[in-house]
Design a protein around this ligand. Structure first.
Ligand code: DX5
Ligand code: ZN
Length: 221
């Protein structure tokens, strides 16, 4: 069954500790998705290693770090904490993607590659057997609260078939525009890890939304 990877990008940072407690209490949350933006690869700046390090050890959620930065190899080691499970780089940001994936693995964490909506799956053909996660963007990266682009559904279905045909076992993740109305369809398209930002963190009752998402994933309401 798919699990959620809640993103705190648009959360209220003055209440982050409280939000983490809400997120980790619910069994539908598998990871904490951390969106790093550098104002160059994407037109927005979020947070970086100091914030991520300050969260490490304070939650039992594993970190799923999404690097929306140019030349992600430069500061890679700074994102490795006791909580870090995945370091995910963008295919479009890596001139030497294979080398960057090797670097992540050499740091003792799992590696992922994200694809922008316009990037074809074929860009991953020669690294697919090396990745632990493929992140199919449901929006153009940079901001929370955007609408889901259905092209991500077709990509996840094709990726799922590709994974089966090649006997691989990487996780399929999607990020952006997920809400209660499209969650079921997204899970059915083959997502194992579903990143959700504003629908949870900006809800009046984040706990209730997690509950609702959890039951949708379990095939309930
Ligand atoms: C967008 C980020 C997302 C963002 C998703 O560039 O990578 O992780 O937080 O936010 P929502 O769920 O609001 O689209
Ligand atoms: Zn993200």
């Amino acid at each position: 069954m798919a699990k959620l990877s809640p993103s705190i990008l648009t959360a209220d940072f003055t209440n982050l500790g409280e939000m983490l407690q809400v997120l980790e209490r619910h069994p539908a949350s598998g990871w904490l998705h951390l969106d790093v933006m550098d104002g160059a690869f994407v037109p927005n700046i979020s947070f970086g290693p100091p914030v991520i390090r300050s969260l490490a050890g304070k939650t039992k959620l594993r970190f799923d770090v999404h690097l929306m930065v140019e030349e992600p190899g430069r500061f890679m080691a700074d994102y490795v904490t006791e909580n870090t499970e995945y370091l995910v780089v963008h295919q479009e940001a890596c001139l030497h993607l294979d080398r960057t994936l090797q670097l992540i693995q050499s740091l003792g964490v799992k590696c992922g590659v994200a694809l922008n909506p316009a990037t074809p799956l074929s860009a991953l053909e020669y690294v697919l057997d090396k990745v632990d996660q493929v992140l199919v963007m449901g929006v153009n990266p940079g901001f929370g609260g955007q609408s889901f682009l259905p092209v991500a559904l077709a990509k996840m279905k094709a990726l799922s078939e590709w994974r089966q045909a090649r006997g691989l076992d990487f996780k399929i993740a999607t990020d952006g525009g997920v809400n209660a109305g499209n969650l079921q369809e997204i899970a059915a398209a083959g997502a194992d890890i579903i990143v959700v930002g504003s629908a949870i963190t900006n809800a009046e009752d984040p706990s209730a939304v997690l509950e609702q998402f959890g039951s949708i994933l379990e095939g309930g309401a």
